[in-house]
Design a binder for this molecule. Sequence first.
Ligand SMILES: CC(C)(COP(=O)(O)OP(=O)(O)OC[C@H]1O[C@@H](n2cnc3c(N)ncnc32)[C@H](O)[C@@H]1OP(=O)(O)O)[C@@H](O)C(=O)NCCC(=O)NCCS
Length: 336
Amino acid sequence: MYQTKIAGLGKYVPENVVTNDDLSKMMETNDEWITERTGIKERRHIKKGDGNSTAVMGVKAAKIAIERAGISKDDIDLIVFATLSPDYYFPGCGVQVQEMLEIDTCPALDVRNQCSGFIYGMSVADQFIKTGMYKNVLLIGSENHSGGLDFTTRGRSVSVIFGDGAGAAVLTRSDHNGEGILSTHLHSEGKHALELSLKGPSTEHWVPEIIAENPQGDDIPYYPYMNGQFVFKNAIQRFSEVINEGLQANGLEVSDIDMLIPHQANLRISQFVQQKFKLKDDQVYNNIQRYGNTTAASIPIALTEAWEEGKIKEGDIVVLAAFGSGFTWGSAIIKW
Ligand SMILES: CC(C)(COP(=O)(O)OP(=O)(O)OC[C@H]1O[C@@H](n2cnc3c(N)ncnc32)[C@H](O)[C@@H]1OP(=O)(O)O)[C@@H](O)C(=O)NCCC(=O)NCCS
């Protein structure tokens, strides 16, 4: 069995900064409400005409990760792309990335696990590398939320939370046993699928049907729906469970954690988890204040920034954990 290590990381966020005050000009909200409930001060939104899309942002992050990994794009054996906001209903963004990177041909797999998408993708990549089937996997998480949110007061409880951006990692076969991804644990509970969901367009809600059913447009299933408090309660429980599960599987204690990078769902969720595990401020990385919740992109953006800032050193135990729509959740334990 081989082991998988992270050889390169990259991130990209659009230049367009949208503050809480900017949002308060579009809907009835304010900086105080958003800051108090979510910790978010600003987020990035794609601007029409800036050339960005989910796949384009993914490619920008990927190019940095590939360069830092010291490989050529032609060394990539598999692309795994995690997003809930693809450029097209089909095909997925993975094939767009293959084309934009000018890779002749390679397998491209799209992962549909929302906020847990990067950890699901990492687990998939890890299995392929461990078995020896592939050596280098390009894993991307990218989201263009702003294109699909309701920026009227009707959508405020969802639209203030989410932001655009992308993160990427090159995962590579490691020559040194004991370093790299030690474990991944994945879960889902589909009975709560609709508690955080976007119902249409889909085979149940095609666009003409949606328009016919909602002539007034007041209950629009092609804007996301979120049962915020229910999501919150489930998130704090599942985050804790899946971190413990990962630690136990590796015979590790909470005191072994050097850096926890939680999916940036909501600062209050991260703070709850931090308190529960009695971690110090410098053991938990948060950047939701600047980017909002970027779903599948949030962990790779945060991981890239933590690494760029020198907060992750060789030999560190880094814990990634996510929870989100599905419900899905997961963790990855990495020895850096
Ligand atoms: C979304 C969330 C911030 C809402 O906070 P909350 O304390 O549950 O607030 P509520 O939804 O109960 O709303 C409270 C009030 O604020 C109002 N409100 C909602 N969004 C608002 C906004 N953006 N600005 C101002 N007021 C807002 C509501 O209308 C409600 O008003 P009312 O009391 O007059 O009815 C919170 O539930 C949450 O963080 N949930 C988890 C979300 C999450 O992490 N999602 C991603 C998972 S991956």
